[in-house]
Design a protein around this ligand. Structure first.
Ligand SMILES: [Zn+2]
Length: 162
C-alpha cells in the first residue's frame, strides 16, 4: 500500500513514514496534480478536504477521507482501514522528512555529526539513505510511544468517527 497525502497532512505523513508506510507528500502540488500522481503511481490519496476526496472518488482514484482530530485518532482510523500495525519497527521505518529508507549506522561513523552528549548517551543511530538525516531513540520517544498507545486503544475500542 502506497499513499500520497495532501498538503494539510504533513504531521500525519511523518507518523506514517515512521511506521514504515510509503507516503509521498508535497505542499507544492495543486489538487489536480495530486489526483494525477495518485492515479499514475497508484497511490491512495489521503485528504482532509472533502471536495478533493469527492473528486478523487469521481475519477475512480482510491482515496481516504481523514477525519480524526488528534494524530492518535487519525492513525487509528488509517491502521483500521489499511490493516497496518501501530508499532514502530525502525528496520522498516522511512525517513519522516523525505520518505527514503533509514538504516542502522555504525556509531563510530557519526562522531562529530551528532551532539557530544547524544553521542555518548545513545548507542543505536539510524541514518536516512537519501537525505542523510540521523535519528536515535531519544527522550522524545516517550511521547511517540504514548501517542501510539493511545491510537491502539482508540482502534481497539472500535470508535466510529463519523
Ligand atoms: Zn531522509
Amino acid at each position: 500500500m502506497k499513499f500520497i497525502a495532501d498538503g494539510m497532512l504533513g504531521k500525519l505523513t511523518r507518523w506514517l513514514r515512521m511506521l514504515g508506510q510509503d507516503v509521498m507528500y508535497s505542499t507544492q502540488l495543486e489538487d489536480t496534480e495530486l489526483l494525477e500522481v495518485a492515479k499514475k503511481k497508484r497511490r491512495v490519496l489521503l485528504t482532509r478536504d472533502s471536495e478533493l476526496y469527492q473528486r478523487a472518488i469521481g475519477k475512480g482514484i482510491e482515496a481516504f477521507y481523514v477525519e480524526g482530530r488528534t494524530e492518535a485518532e487519525k492513525l487509528a482510523e488509517l491502521a483500521e482501514r489499511f490493516g497496518f500495525l501501530l508499532t514502530i519497527d525502525l528496520t522498516r521505518s522511512r525517513c519522516p522528512r523525505c520518505n527514503a529508507k533509514i538504516r542502522l549506522t555504525p556509531k563510530e561513523t557519526l562522531a562529530g555529526k551528532v551532539e557530544t552528549n547524544t553521542f555518548i548517551y545513545y548507542d543505536e543511530f539510524w541514518k536516512c539513505s537519501k537525505c542523510g538525516r540521523i535519528y536515535w531513540q531519544g527522550s522524545h520517544w516517550d511521547g511517540i510511544r504514548a501517542t501510539l498507545e493511545e491510537a491502539k486503544k482508540i482502534k481497539g475500542s472500535q470508535l466510529n468517527f463519523i
